[in-house]
Design a protein around this ligand. Structure first.
Ligand code: PAF
Length: 286
């Protein structure tokens, strides 16, 4: 596995692959890799001849990045162990792309062109993290143009992010297949996430409650309950009682995340809640 940090070197490598007619798969990440990320790499391997994994903690998607503070500053940066995890896989990752902030945003973040997907970017996580999905869409559009993949692979844990990506890729005619991979979970069904490391051991024991509430909601809907706001209210109360600070717990249409009606058949229940210093998200399809 070759680690590349500059756009010039990346372009040279990608050009050779494209000249040879090889399909490229991109797995964009912010590092601090866990089994969930490695599963994305495996999926990429099954879909293309060449694999690029990117690690870039993207300041544009953190509201506190310009202040050099909070979540952005503290986001775990673990390049060496990430490199070891990728190299230790039985499949070959061709390139690990780890550009600097200056390489990605040479004009300065404030001056760069941005991509905004309307409506879906401003609800649920977007309501609590204003500007977050603009940052996500913008960095991915850049990475797509840098790497020129035929396919890009993402985790379904970030369900809203996946829909935002599908929308801008379709709206802006990127010739890229977007693949979602089911969430990889711990033994108690807590979704794997880089942010789980912020949980104390006491909180870690309680963290699976989030997924349990989603499962309960799913069963209620499957058993014919159509009062979604009652389901949401009950789950929110349970989470609060377990020590969470819920941001939302919401039953939505799976295709566009609009509020669900009892007639809607394809649903997703999504939740975001703080437990101590960790902001946990999860979802379940119904
Ligand atoms: O899901 C993430 O890790 C990030 O949002 C992504 C897709 C790598 C964009 O920075």
């Amino acid at each position: 596995m070759q680690t590349i940090t500059t756009l010039a070197e990346l372009r040279e490598t990608v050009l050779q692959w494209r000249d040879a007619g090889e399909r490229i798969a991109l797995v964009p990440t912010m590092g601090n890799l866990h089994e969930g990320h490695l599963r994305l790499v495996e999926e990429a391997h099954s879909r293309a001849e060449r694999i690029v994994v990117s690690i870039f903690v993207n300041p544009m998607q953190f509201s506190d990045a310009s202040a050099g503070a909070g979540d952005y500053k503290n986001y775990p940066r673990t390049l060496e162990s990430d490199q070891e995890k990728l190299s230790g896989m039985t499949i070959d990752v061709d390139v690990l792309f780890t550009p600097s902030v200056e390489e990605v945003y040479p004009g300065g973040i404030e001056n760069e062109t941005r991509i905004e997907v309307p409506e879906i970017s401003n609800i649920l996580c977007g309501e609590f993290r204003p500007g977050h999905f603009v940052g996500v869409a913008t960095i991915l559009a850049k990475l797509f143009n840098m790497v020129q993949p035929g396919v890009a692979v993402f985790g379904e844990k970030d369900y809203q992010q996946l829909l935002v990506i599908r929308r801008f890729v379709s709206d802006l005619c990127f010739p890229i297949e977007i693949v979602g991979v089911p969430t990889v979970r711990e033994g108690d069904r807590l979704a794997m996430s880089s942010r789980n490391r912020y949980l104390t051991s006491e909180q870690r024991k309680k963290a699976a409650t989030l997924n349990q509430e989603l499962l309960l909601a799913k069963h209620s809907i499957k058993n014919g309950l159509t009062d979604f706001s009652a389901i949401e209210k009950k789950a929110t109360e349970h989470l609060k009682a377990a020590g969470f600070r819920p941001e939302y717990f919401s039953v939505r249409r799976a295709d566009n995340l609009q509020e669900a009606n009892p007639e809607d058949k394809d649903l997703v229940v999504l939740a975001a809640a703080w437990l101590g210093d960790a902001r946990l998200i999860d979802n379940i399809r119904v």
